[in-house]
Design a protein around this ligand. Structure first.
Ligand code: KG4
Ligand code: ZN
Length: 331
C-alpha cells in the first residue's frame, strides 16, 4: 500500500510517500521524503517561534505536497497518516486540517500518528533493523531524544508502550539549543555544538554537572546544565572545550539511564530515536556499549517517513474525530 504522510508538529513542513508491504515482516520503500526546513525564519529568535511556524506551514504545505507527489511519480494512494501530537498546537492543527481535507477529497482512510511513536518505529525503515521487530526481541527500551522530549519508554510490542521516565524540565535537544544560544552559535544548537566539539582534540578541562545521573529513577533534568554553562563561560576561547563537555555531559546521562532501564527491565533490544540521535558522538558511544537500533541520520530529525511508518501500524479513524493534541502521550 502507498501511504501519504504529513508532519507539521514543530518547525519542519514534511510530506512523504512510502510504499509499505507485509505485516509479519514489514518492508518499506521511500518514494518521496520532502522536508522543508524553517531554520532561516527562526534563526533570529534562537528557537522556534510558534505563530511564525504556523504561518510557514500554511504557506509551505501545498508546494511541499506537490513536490512529494511529483517525486513519487504520482502513485495511487491508499492511506493518509498525519501527526496529531505531541508538538506545537497551532502547527499540529495546520497538518491535521490539511490531512483531513485530503482524506475527504480523495476518499482515503486517515490515521492519526503520535510523533514520539513515529520517532521509534522509523527504525523499521532499514531492512536489517526491521528484522529485529519480532516478538522474541521484546521488551525493548526506547530512548527518544528530541527538541521537545526526552523519554525512556518500555516497548512490549508495536503499540504497547509505558513511559518509564522523562525530563522534568528541558529536553536534551532544548539544552543543546539553549547552550548554543548562550555561546552565540545559532539555531539549531545540536549540529552547531557537535561541529565545535569536534574541533577540540583533548579532554575538556571544564567540568559540567551530570544532572540526576546517579538517581535511582529514569527521569532527566537538563536545565541546570545550561545554567552551569552560563556561569562557567567567561572567555570565548573556551567555546570548543565547552561544547565538547556539554555534549559529553548529555551523552553520559542518557547512556547511564538507558543502561539502567535496559538492565532493570531485562530489555532484549535498545531503540533510539529523535533529532539528538543525529549526533555522531552519541551514535558512536551508544554503539560501543550495545547493539542498538538507531535511525539513519536524516530520519532522526523530523520527517514524514516516520509518520508514514507509524501510520501503517496504526488504526484509521473517522476524520471528524481527529484532533491535534499538543500534550498527546504515548501511553
Ligand atoms: O526530533 P527533532 O527534529 O524535533 C523535535 O521533535 O523536537 O529534534 C530537534 C532537536 C533540536 O533540538 C536539535 O538541536 C537537535 O534535535 N539535533 C541535534 C543534532 N541534530 C539535531 N542535537 C545534537 N547533535 C546533532 N547533530
Ligand atoms: Zn521530533
Amino acid at each position: 500500500m502507498n501511504i501519504l504522510a504529513i508532519e507539521t508538529s514543530c518547525d519542519d513542513t514534511c510530506v512523504a510517500v512510502v510504499e509499505a508491504k507485509g505485516r509479519k515482516r514489514p518492508r518499506f520503500k521511500i518514494l518521496a521524503n520532502i522536508v522543508s526546513s524553517q531554520v532561516e525564519v527562526h534563526k533570529k529568535w534562537g528557537g522556534v517561534y510558534p505563530s511564525l511556524a504556523k504561518r510557514e506551514h500554511q504557506k509551505n504545505l501545498l508546494p511541499v505536497l506537490e513536490k512529494a507527489l511529483k517525486k513519487a511519480k504520482n502513485p495511487k494512494l491508499n492511506l493518509i497518516a498525519v501527526t496529531n501530537g505531541p508538538g506545537l498546537e497551532p502547527c499540529l492543527w495546520i497538518g491535521v486540517n490539511f490531512a483531513k481535507a485530503l482524506s475527504c477529497y480523495l476518499d482515503l482512510p486517515i490515521v492519526p500518528v503520535n510523533h514520539i511513536e513515529a520517532h521509534i518505529v522509523v527504525n523499521f525503515v532499514d531492512k536489517a533493523q526491521s528484522s529485529k521487530f519480532k516478538s522474541q526481541n521484546f521488551p525493548a527500551v526506547c530512548l527518544v531524544v528530541s527538541g521537545g522530549h526526552t523519554q525512556l519508554i518500555l516497548m512490549r510490542d508495536i503499540g504497547k508502550y509505558k513511559i518509564l521516565g522523562e525530563t522534568r524540565d528541558d529536553a536534551a535537544g532544548e539544552c543543546f539549543d539553549k547552550v548554543a544560544r548562550i555561546l552565540g552559535l545559532g539555531y539549531p544548537g545540536g549540529p552547531a555544538i557537535a561541529a565545535e566539539a569536534k574541533k577540540y582534540g583533548g579532554r575538556a578541562s571544564v567540568n559540567l554537572p551530570r544532572p540526576m545521573i546517579n538517581q535511582k529513577n529514569y527521569d532527566f533534568s537538563f536545565s541546570g546544565l545550561k545554567t552551569a554553562v552560563l556561569y562557567k563561560y567567561k572567555d570565548k576561547k573556551y567555546i570548543k572545550e565547552m561544547c565538547k563537555e556539554v555534549q559529553q555531559a548529555i551523552i553520559d546521562v542518557l547512556l547511564k539511564k538507558t543502561i539502567k532501564a535496559a538492565k532493570d527491565y531485562k530489555a532484549k533490544t535498545i531503540i533510539l530515536g529523535g533529532g539528538v540521535c543525529a549526533n555522531n558522538e552519541l551514535r558512536k558511544q551508544f554503539k560501543q556499549k550495545f547493539n542498538c537500533l538507531i535511525p539513519p541520520k536524516n530520519l532522526c530529525t523530523d520527517n514524514a517517513v516516520m509518520t508514514a511508518i507509524a501510520g501503517y501500524f496504526g488504526k484509521p479513524k473517522d476524520w471528524q474525530k481527529i484532533k491535534a493534541d499538543a500534550n498527546l502521550r504515548i501511553c
